[in-house]
Structure formats: C-alpha cells, structure tokens
Design a protein around this ligand. Structure first.
Ligand code: GLN
Length: 441
C-alpha cells in the first residue's frame, strides 16, 4: 500500500444497486461524511465528526458506491504537493520519491495506486488537475455551479468545485454523472443544459455547449475529435519545462491525426492570473476560516483567559504555517485602506481573464495546454519557497477565475515522469471535454 494516502480508512457502504454498485470511491478529507471524521488535513479539525453528509456523498451512496476512506490533502486545500498536511506527506505512486501534487494528492494517489476505483477531490485553483497530472490519472474540474458544494469545507468558495478522479475518462465521466446537477442546499448549482453539444450541423456555428438529450457524460467518451478546433494559448507554454512542452505537442499531434485542427490563440490577461488568484483565494480563506476558533469549530486549546486569548491559542496550535500565512495576507488584502489596492484590483483582473477565455472560445471548441508547467517535484523541496510553488499554478488558476470546466488527461511522460494535458471548454461544456480527452486514451 502506498504511503499515507488516507487520513481515515473506513468503509461506508452505499445502496445495493445503482450505477456505481461494486465501485470503490476515495473521498478528499474536506468533504463532509456523517459520522466519519473530516479533518481538512489540519490539526484544527483532527477530531471533527460532521453530523451530515455532503450532497456529493449522499449521491455516491444513492448510486451504490462503497466509500473506502478519506484522503490526505494539503491543509485546508492550500498547496500543490500534499506536503502542508498536518498528517504528513503522501508519496506519488507513479513517480516514487516525488510529490503526488495537491491539494487533492491523496485522492489522485488512491486511484493511481489502485486503492480505489474512483475518487473525489476539490479544485480551487488546480487541486484536482495538478495531482491528476502528477499521478498520471484523469481529473475533471467542473464548471462553477455544476456540482454542489454543500458539505465541502470552504477555502475559496467563489472559485472551487468538487470533481472526479479516475483511471479513464469514461470512469471519471460516470462519476461526474452521479454528482452533477442542481441541489437545493447550494443556490449556485444548476442542471447541465440539454440539447445538442453544438459540435455538429447548424448548432456548431453557435458553439453552444449542451449535453445531448438524455445522454450522459459517460456516453460522451467516444474519442470522436473529427473537426474539433483546438486553440493553444501561447502564454500557457511560456516558462514551461522543455520536456513537458514536447510531450504536450506530441499529444496535440495525436489529436491532429484523428481529425482535430489546432491554431494558436492569445490570452494576454493570464500574466496577472496567479496574483489575482492568490489575492482572492487568500481573502476568501481569511473569512471562511474565521469559524475555526475552538468554540464554534475546531481544536479546543483548553486555554485560560479572555476570548481573544482563547481564540488566539486555538488558532496558534490548530493551524499550520501555510494556513497562517494566507489568513494574515488575506486579512491584510481585505482591510480598510488596502481593499481597493488589492482585492478590487484582483476582481478587475478576474473579469479580464473571463473575457479573454470567452473570446478565445469563440474561435475554438476547446483550449489546450500542459496542465502543469513542470513534472512532479521531488519531495521535501516545496515548503522552502512558497512563491515558487504559487507560480507552478500558472496554467490551472486562470480556469477557476473564469468559472470554466477543464479536464486533465495523461499526455505521456518526460524522463519517466507523468505529464498531463489540460483541455478547457466553455461553461457547461463538460461533454465536449470528455469527448476530446477520450481521444488521447
Ligand atoms: N495550489 C493552489 C492553492 O494552493 C490550489 C489549491 C486548490 O485548488 N485547493 O491555492
């Protein structure tokens, strides 16, 4: 068994039948499971047992899945290596000695190591796609609003979505079929639009992404890319490792052989995406994590003194360094006098990124890039230089700023290390991404 994939190993049996009967699923430990502790990779929640299931967990149970455990993750989702977990790091089953990526590293590793057929992660700025790429598995970050966040412990709530991991595009799509759709507990959710997916006949002109009437996401994994227009944003290749870029172009050539066409496109705003993402994510985190004070939620420090002293001690003992850094920076960015300088600017940049993606997707059916600009890092290096780590998110965070769907699919290897290819589509264009990604299998 690979090291430290699960924080809690516990079997939760679902219904007897359903589309996922007989399948095992690992669940990231920031997704609530009634009666089973949910730690978010943090000492702060080491003993927290939620009284209710997240909507995605209820849907898994109804679909007949067997949950096999809660997976390791960067503390509260903050990181790209699973090394900020309070419960120790996880190894990469596809590249031993290297990180599995993060923050959903345990979920990707569980699938890569065969410890679960399927897994759920969450993606605020790449936390599904990064570990999928590093562990050589498939990961989908759904359109904002396709999957309920009810029961997901919030980090950056305007950015994040729960999504699937699997060893094949079809399996990931099948899990998406189970978790997607409207939920009365999350007002931001909706049903995927149905009609035609916009890639054939007249509908194609409109490029309207829709799920074919009655069809499922799993049915879309046909590998048909004939006539598919792929846009390659040049900015997302700049600064990427040479071997990664070579593997990426080989995969694009495979898609061309199958009838797809590509052209280069430009997304000038993405040079500001990492800065904008971190200001917004840290600002939201500073507010979302205010509830962990040892009284409402979290570690009870048994402190003597007034409220301020008790709260301070609980937070000092409960949170790790990366979480504290982000709460401090986020609080600063939101404070009076700095709000306009940082938070508002970041929101303006977010609007610009959205507009750039929308325009590029008028000229192309999907956009393609390497998921991560680098192969998996060696373990033990990432905590030395947080800024370097933030920059590795250059290709994933713009998609969250734009609320769009993306898939990471294995593209090949460089020096024996897995490389992921990311496809980005228009809002609710998951079916198109699934069809295109399945051509690479
Ligand atoms: N690496 C990013 C961060 O640390 C992604 C996190 C995520 O998607 N949860 O914020």
């Amino acid at each position: 068994m690979s090291e430290n994939v699960f924080i809690t190993e516990e079997r939760i049996e679902g219904d007897d039948d359903g589309p996922l009967a007989g399948r095992t699923v690992a669940v990231k430990d920031n997704i609530s499971t009634a009666g089973v502790r949910t730690t978010c990779g943090s000492r702060m929640l080491e003993e927290y047992v939620p009284p209710y299931d997240a909507t995605v967990v209820s849907r898994l149970k109804d679909a007949g899945a067997t949950i096999v455990g809660k997976t390791n993750m960067d503390e509260f989702g903050m990181g790209s290596t699973t090394e900020t977990s309070s419960f120790g790091p996880t190894d990469n089953p596809a590249a031993p000695g290297r990180v599995p990526g993060g923050s959903s590293g345990g979920s990707a590793a569980a699938v890569a190591a065969g410890e679960a057929d399927l897994a759920l992660g969450s993606d605020t700025g790449g936390s599904i796609r990064c570990p999928a790429a590093f562990c050589g598995v498939v990961g989908i970050k759904p359109t904002y609003g396709l999957v309920s966040r009810y029961g997901l412990v919030a980090y950056g709530n305007s950015l994040e979505q729960i999504g699937p991991f699997a060893n094949s595009v079809e399996d990931a799509a099948q899990l998406l079929d189970v978790i997607a759709g409207d939920d009365e507990h999350d007002a931001t959710t909706r049903e995927p639009p149905r009609g035609s997916d916009g890639r054939t006949g007249d509908a194609r002109e409109t490029r309207e992404p829709q799920l074919e009437n009655g069809a499922s996401y799993a049915d879309a994994a046909t590998g048909d890319v004939d006539g598919l227009q792929i846009g390659v944003p040049t900015e997302l290749l700049e600064g990427a490792d040479e071997g990664v870029v070579e593997t990426f172009w080989d995969a694009i050539a495979d898609l061309e052989d199958r009838g797809a066409e590509y052209h280069e496109v430009s997304l000038p705003s993405v040079e500001h995406a990492v800065e904008a993402y971190y200001v917004i994510a840290m600002s939201e985190a500073s507010s979302n994590l205010a509830r962990f004070d040892g009284v409402r939620y979290g570690h009870d420090a048994d402190a003597e003194g007034n409220w301020n002293e008790t709260f301070a001690q609980a937070r000092e003992e409960g949170f790790g360094d990366e979480v504290k850094r982000r709460i401090l920076l986020g609080t600063y960015a939101l404070s009076a006098g700095y709000h306009d300088k940082y938070y508002k600017k970041a929101q303006d940049a977010r609007a610009w990124v959205k507009q750039d993606f929308d325009e590029a997707l008028e000229e192309a059916d999907v956009l393609a890039s390497p998921t991560m600009p680098v192969p998996p890092f060696e373990r033990g290096k990432s905590l030395e230089d947080p800024l370097q780590m933030y920059l590795a998110d250059a290709n994933t965070v713009p998609v969250n700023l734009a609320d769009l769907p993306a898939i990471s699919v294995p593209a090949g290897e460089t020096d024996g290390l897995p490389v992921g290819l990311q496809l980005v589509g228009p809002a609710f264009g998951e079916e198109r991404l699934i069809r295109a990604a399945s051509a690479l299998e």
